[in-house]
Ligand binder design. Sequence first.
Ligand code: 5RP
Length: 218
Amino acid sequence: MSDDDKRLAAEAALGEVQDGMLVGLGTGSTVAFLIRALGERVRGGLGIEAVATSIASARAAEAVGIRVRDFAEVARVDLTIDGADEIDAWLHAIKGAGGAMLREKVIAAASTRMVVIADGSKRVAAIGAAKLPVEVLPFARAFVTARLEALGAAVVLRDGVTDNGNVILDARFGAISDPAKLAAAIDAVPGALGHGLFLREVDAAYVASAGTVELIER
Ligand code: 5RP
């Protein structure tokens, strides 16, 4: 993992941002490079507004001069740029190490285009080795834990709460043979509010390894 590659991937994706766009800002250390670079462009005259997938990203964006709108008032986003914990050649991703996957999925779904930025350590042959975060209504913690264990996961409760006031269960499946089936099974558990499997949301990914950026497109 290299910060130079994170920055390179972020700067490559910046080429997709056009004047007048409403831009969705993801969360995490790679997106932090994007926000800084986007702030420079905005201070140089680029006319965009943003919505953010986390309080941390909203604060970071405002700090560099980007106008951040309340997503509760927004139904459609032009372009969202976000990080990932794993991404494969089919643009299946695991997200949520930073705990923002519920808002990230909502904003991705609202977006005309969603692109991932990542350093090469995130590029995998098949997603599934990373922990899969599941945002859970605190009231349903034990129940959802049992359901995830029944699906084959080793489950760990993460410290703290999300921006939404919920808890996160980190589920490790080791390998995920059928991601779509697993996503549907978790979606069907009452009290599981969202998870980090992004199977249809990502339209493209900029992945930088040792100074070279690869663009993966659907
Ligand atoms: C947060 C996320 C992040 O985008 C993901 O964890 C990647 O973060 P980083 O760029 O710091 O490696 O999904 O919920």
